[in-house]
Design a protein around this ligand. Structure first.
Ligand code: NAI
Length: 356
């Protein structure tokens, strides 16, 4: 049996059934988490050969014990840190992920945030219907001719650069691993980190969150930015020191922020967590700071939905179906465990640490 848990789109189960019908194996798809699905399946768990969870269903020794026939786990995410690899290794189970599904999706969302700020959409929307609507208060600025500073030119950063060139923007970028050929083709230049901050009218973050990138944008980084520049963050909240960002907005050091991610967002966005009183002092402080941040009309916020387009979600399911088909054909693809190739400069280790 192939067991799909955490299925929250109506169209997903029919799509999977159609794509996997040729395998001649029963398919069970449920909106419930793995834990709940195992309880519901009872003895039928013993027939599960393939499991496909999302990051919301941890897979560890307890779950694996109930799945004695399991051969393949296909997580519908890039990250796989919700899967206990030691437990999986002991059982010889293969793990596949979805390595790429939405670089253009997140890049387009980045521009949704940029344009919301450049055309003052929040303020404009709030003022519509008010008696004293003054168009002069709502004046925005053109992107054409402005400089975009990209921090991290991986999959998403490169798409952002391409879109920016389409807007006739000048693009500068910082990445410790430069790709000069791609920079030439797309039409941007690499500079040092501080130079990117100093030259950009808009700085956008597209690098991974790690110990060494924690608070990459802190007080001194904001001081290095052009006065009145904008900050966009669709990568991870921990890249930005929220307190320094609030100060920089308050002092006018920066002119606005477009955020799809926040520090401590899992605690803040998860109401159950908050209601259960599970916030520590640090998260409470972050909640208060984020409240200050989000109440400003030069800040636009979306709740970590940069990846969430119909096309990106479809790609996730189609890639998962392909991985299962390839596994049964004896030619696995998208395998992250056991690793297909030596771990390179970034991908597998980074993705395993919690990328969506
Ligand atoms: P990627 O791994 O393709 O690219 C990351 C780039 O950052 C690499 O070129 C790497 O060399 C560079 N980098 C590493 N350390 C750096 C540093 N200190 N300064 C500047 N650059 C550095 O990753 P991808 O797919 O482009 O994703 C970028 C980020 O977007 C992810 O790390 C993730 O946090 C975030 N993301 C957000 C989503 C959302 O829904 N908002 C969805 C998917 C990813």
């Amino acid at each position: 049996m192939m067991l799909f848990v955490d299925i929250d789109r109506d169209w997903a189960a029919p799509l999977l059934a159609q794509r996997l019908s040729g395998l001649g194996r029963p398919l069970h798809a449920t909106a419930h988490s793995l834990e709940r699905a195992l309880g519901e399946l009872g003895e039928r768990c013993r027939q599960v050969e393939v499991l496909s969870p999302f990051i919301t269903s941890p897979v560890g020794p307890d779950e694996l014990e109930q799945l004695p026939a399991l051969r393949l786990i296909c997580t519908r995410s890039t990250g796989f840190d919700h899967i206990d690899l030691a437990a999986v290794h002991a059982r010889g189970i293969c793990v596949c992920n979805v390595p790429v599904y939405g670089d253009n999706t997140v890049a387009e969302h980045t521009f949704a945030l940029i344009l919301s700020l450049s055309r003052r959409l929040r303020r404009t929307y709030d003022r519509v219907g008010h008696d004293e609507l003054r168009v002069s208060d709502l004046e925005g600025f053109d992107l054409r001719g402005k400089t975009l500073g990209i921090i991290g030119t991986g999959h998403i950063g490169l798409r952002v650069a391409q879109i920016a060139r389409g807007f006739s923007m000048r693009v500068v970028a910082y990445d410790p691993y430069e790709q000069p050929l791609l920079a030439d083709v797309v039409g941007f230049s690499y500079l040092g980190f501080d130079s990117v901050l100093g030259e950009a009218d808009i700085v956008t973050l597209h690098c991974p969150y790690r110990q060494e990138t924690h608070h990459l944008l802190d007080t001194s980084a904001f001081a290095a930015m052009k006065r009145g520049a904008l900050l966009i963050n669709t990568a991870r909240g921990g890249l930005v020191d929220t307190s320094a960002l609030v100060d920089a907005l308050h002092s006018g050091r920066i002119g606005g922020a477009g955020l799809d991610v926040l520090e401590h967002e899992s605690m803040i966005l998860d109401e159950d967590h908050a209601r259960a009183g599970l916030m520590d002092m640090e998260s409470m402080r972050a909640t208060v700071l984020n409240h200050h941040l989000l109440s400003r009309d030069n800040v636009v916020f979306t709740p970590h939905v940069g990846f969430n387009s119909r096309e990106a979600n479809e790609r996730i399911f189609l890639t998962t179906a392909e991985s299962i088909g390839a596994f049964y054909a004896g030619t696995p693809i998208n395998r992250v465990f056991p690793p297909e190739r030596p771990i390179g400069r970034d991908p597998v280790g980074a993705a395993g640490q919690g990328e969506r």
